[in-house]
Design a protein around this ligand. Structure first.
Ligand code: A2P
Length: 290
């Protein structure tokens, strides 16, 4: 990867720019609109949002304000837990298309799996939701289907009934919390892994080990975290509403982490974990979206 527009190729052949601009916790209104425009001005061509973030409409406006052609942007949004089931899912996709004011999505993700703790029927519930995804994929409204926050057991259950396979799993991934077994499982089963909170939601930025590695390369800790994802074939989705940081997070193509530093980052003790984990802390028990 040499530029923001270099791509990973998904298992269904769709190309996806190698760094996405994240919008979790970006407030709705002008902040979201202006920061999405700033990201597109800085050269990002991949935007990640979700119905639950409450900013889809502003993301859509930011895209329009940028003047960049819709077809030159890779746009992802996510299905929320309140919309599970076939009919509700089909309606939810139409609602997101309307919010974003676009006529197709590049990628649509199940935001969180339904899990056993929430319902003994979790497999059937996830299957019904997925059928809605498949219908909209067949109808040409979505170019690629994926999931988010799925663990191996949820992926295996989905594989039993899916006729269109998920090509992405978006999970929390950063130094200090890599879920590496899940990452490698996905990569070995036709899924690109995307990293939400690749900077540990800011919580890893002051860590001494990370600071020492950053100093060695003359880079910021944020840039080290983004390289760490890329060098593990994980697609990072850094979020910032600050134009200087948006630009900084994209300047990661003129250096490479040595293997021993990647290993140090991989082996770090737990740091910056969000606490969100589907089986122990199901999304249905959460209130704020991710
Ligand atoms: P802000 O949006 O105010 O600029 P993550 O993507 O891991 O969830 O992290 C997002 C958090 O990290 C936000 O608080 C964001 O702040 C902050 N952030 C993003 N990029 C940088 C950067 N280059 N340097 C310092 N903080 C950053």
């Amino acid at each position: 990867m040499k530029t923001l527009t270099d791509t990973f190729v998904l298992a269904n052949g769709v190309e996806i720019p190698c760094i996405g601009y994240g919008t979790w916790q970006t407030p709705s209104g002008d902040v979201a609109k202006d920061s999405v425009k700033a990201a597109l001005d800085a050269g990002y061509r991949h935007i990640d949002t979700a119905f639950a973030y409450g900013n889809e409409a502003d993301v859509g406006e930011g895209i329009k304000a940028s003047g960049v052609n819709r077809k030159d942007i890779f746009l992802t949004t996510k299905h929320w837990i309140t919309e599970r089931g076939y009919e509700k899912t089909v309606a939810a996709i139409d609602a997101s298309l309307k919010n974003l004011d676009v006529d197709y999505l590049d990628l649509y993700l199940v935001h969180w799996p339904c899990v056993e703790k929430i319902s003994p029927e979790w497999k059937e519930i996830n299957a019904d939701t997925w059928r809605g995804f498949e219908r909209m994929y067949q109808d040409g409204k979505i170019r690629a289907l994926g999931v988010s926050n799925y663990q191996q057991k949820h992926l295996e259950a989905l594989d039993e009934f899916a006729t269109v396979k998920p090509v992405v799993n978006q999970i929390e991934f950063h130094p200090g919390y890599t879920q590496i077994d899940n990452v490698r499982y996905c990569q070995n089963h036709g899924m690109l892994v995307q990293a939400w909170s690749p900077l540990g939601n800011g919580a890893v930025l002051k860590d001494e080990t990370l600071a020492a590695i950053a100093a060695k390369y003359g880079r910021s800790v944020a840039q080290i975290c983004i390289r760490f994802a890329l060098q593990n074939d994980v697609l990072p989705l850094p979020k910032s509403v600050t134009p200087s940081r948006i630009a900084e997070n994209a300047r990661v193509f003129d250096f490479e982490l040595a293997e021993d530093d990647v290993k140090t980052l991989m082996d770090m003790p737990m740091l910056g974990f969000s606490g969100y984990y589907p089986e122990e802390a199901p999304a249905d028990a959460l209130v704020n979206g991710d």
